[in-house]
Design a protein around this ligand. Structure first.
Ligand code: AMP
Ligand code: ZN
Length: 472
């Protein structure tokens, strides 16, 4: 049976409205999302666009067919932050080698991190350094059309040459002038003009070009890579909302002026920001959490969390709202996912099994994951009562959403205690044996809050022991 596919509706930052989504070509729906600059481990804020746009990618594949969606997420592997990191970490190596060490290691870590979050691989993950020629072609076109000029060792974009510069962010050039705190660079015609190409010193990384040996500015990288893989105008462009200005505004300026088009992408989507335990994440506050730390160490709540749990904790808030990521929220997500996995336990999935239509319909409304999760709860309750094919439907829907079916449970042998529960039970037994009943009760109550119920008994040797089960 084929069910009718839903009409997607997406919020567009460019028009500031939610509207029905109509791809330019339903046989090839095209999406570009700005990827990481690979100089340091990705933090859990960076995980948000990765997860949000993975969900959208899955939804698009469901609606238009898996072979009819092209998703590009780039890797920015040329940037002055990378050069600085290379000098710091590998002072004894030639700079080029040191840079390669930094970018390769960071890229590998990023790919491992996002895989653990249950994300599909984008169709293409181009590296900036492999698209330098494409960037130079774009810059030449901009110079030719007088949208760019060469001054002070840089090629700069001439913002005044674009009548409607600033549409995405709602800023105009006068705002920029008024807000400009930095001293105006003497060689710029206008303070809002931005770098397309800059000359490199002998020790800096550089590529030969008609304007001398140099390196690209950040914005031109995305204009070049999106054109190469998606064409001059495509459907969806995404990223975190900090990228609206200047990055996306300038991508639009470059691409539209170089190609003489009315749009670079038709729909611009931006995820809200993430903070941790009520505070903006920053290195100086000491609350900077990398994805790797969250998954591997006890950085949040003294214990590690699995990627599935971070994924759900992230999606529980609408993608455009800010998120306050807390230990409590992670624990809630974990309990919820465990309930779902438990209700779906034993379902046997085949390759083409489709997700539940009501869940998909909720997501089709600008990725309303909250309402989708309410629909999922409803199916889980039916699955717990063994109604119809609810168990199977739940499993297929969880898989569609990118969740594992057994990461929090053991599939054949009842419930295996995840390490944090096993440790808590052992600590409580120690407390009981030491007659520290207050501590034992605290641990029991903490577990109860996570839906874990304990039962004490005496084993064959007469020793105190504890069984546990998950409360329905
Ligand atoms: P960056 O490496 O800083 O360019 O960021 C990569 C992606 O992560 C961009 O889409 C940013 O908008 C996004 N991002 C960075 N910090 C956060 C945060 N705290 N919350 C949500 N998204 C973020
Ligand atoms: Zn970009």
């Amino acid at each position: 049976m084929t069910t009718a596919k839903p009409q997607l509706s997406l919020y567009n930052t460019l028009t500031r409205t939610k509207a029905p989504f109509a791809p330019m070509d339903a046989d090839n729906v095209r999406m570009y999302v700005c990827g990481p600059t690979v100089y340091d481990f990705a933090h859990i804020g960076n995980a948000r666009p990765v997860i949000v746009f993975d969900l959208l990618f899955r939804l698009l594949r469901h609606v238009y067919g898996a072979d009819h969606v092209t998703y590009v997420r780039n890797i920015t592997d040329v940037d002055d932050k990378i050069n600085a990191r290379a000098l710091r970490d590998f002072p004894d190596l030639p700079l080029n080698e040191a840079i390669r060490k930094v970018t390769e290691k960071t890229e590998d870590q990023f790919l491992a991190d996002v895989k653990a979050l249950g994300t599909l691989q984008p169709t293409h993950q181009p590296r900036a350094t492999e698209n330098i020629t494409e960037m130079q072609t774009l810059i030449s076109a901009l110079l030719e059309k007088n949208h760019a000029y060469n001054a002070g060792g840089e090629v700069l974009f001439r913002t005044r040459s674009m009548d409607d510069y600033g549409q995405l962010s709602g800023r105009n050039l006068e705002d920029n002038l008024a807000g400009a705190r930095v001293a105006v660079d003497e060689h710029k015609e206008d303070p809002a003009d931005f770098v397309l190409w800059k000359l490199s010193s002998e020790t800096e990384p550089g590529w030969d070009s008609p304007w001398g040996r140099g390196r690209p500015g950040w914005h031109i990288e995305c204009s070049a890579m999106s054109e190469r893989y998606l064409g001059q105008t495509f459907d969806i462009h995404g990223g975190g909302l900090d990228l609206i200005f200047p990055h996306h505004e300038n991508e639009i300026a470059q691409s539209r002026c170089a190609h003489g088009t009315h749009a670079m992408a038709n729909v611009w989507m931006h995820n809200g920001f993430l903070q941790v335990e009520g505070q903006k994440m920053s290195k100086s506050l000491g609350n900077f959490v990398t994805i790797n730390e969250l998954l591997e160490t006890g950085t949040m709540g003294g214990r590690a969390w699995i990627g599935d749990v971070l994924r759900l904790a992230m999606l529980m808030t609408h993608y455009r709202e800010p998120i306050d990521l807390t230990v409590k929220r992670l624990a809630e997500a974990e309990a919820k996912l465990r309930d779902w996995q438990r209700a779906a336990r034993g379902a046997e999935l085949a390759e083409g099994d489709e997700p539940d239509a009501s869940v998909v319909n909720e997501l089709a409304d600008d990725l309303n994951f909250h309402r989708a999760s309410v629909a999922l709860d409803f199916i889980a309750r039916k699955a717990n009562r063994d109604e119809g094919n609810a168990k199977h439907c739940l499993a297929a829907t969880l898989r569609f959403l990118g969740f594992s079916l057994d990461s929090l449970i053991d599939s054949d042998d009842g419930w295996e205690a995840p390490p944090h529960i096993a440790n808590a039970i052992a600590a409580r037994l120690d407390a009981l044996n030491a007659k520290d009943f207050a501590k034992a009760d605290t641990i029991r109550n903490e577990l109860a809050e996570q839906g874990i119920v304990l039962m004490d008994y005496k084993d064959e040797a007469g020793q105190r022991a504890t069984k546990w089960e998950v409360k329905r």
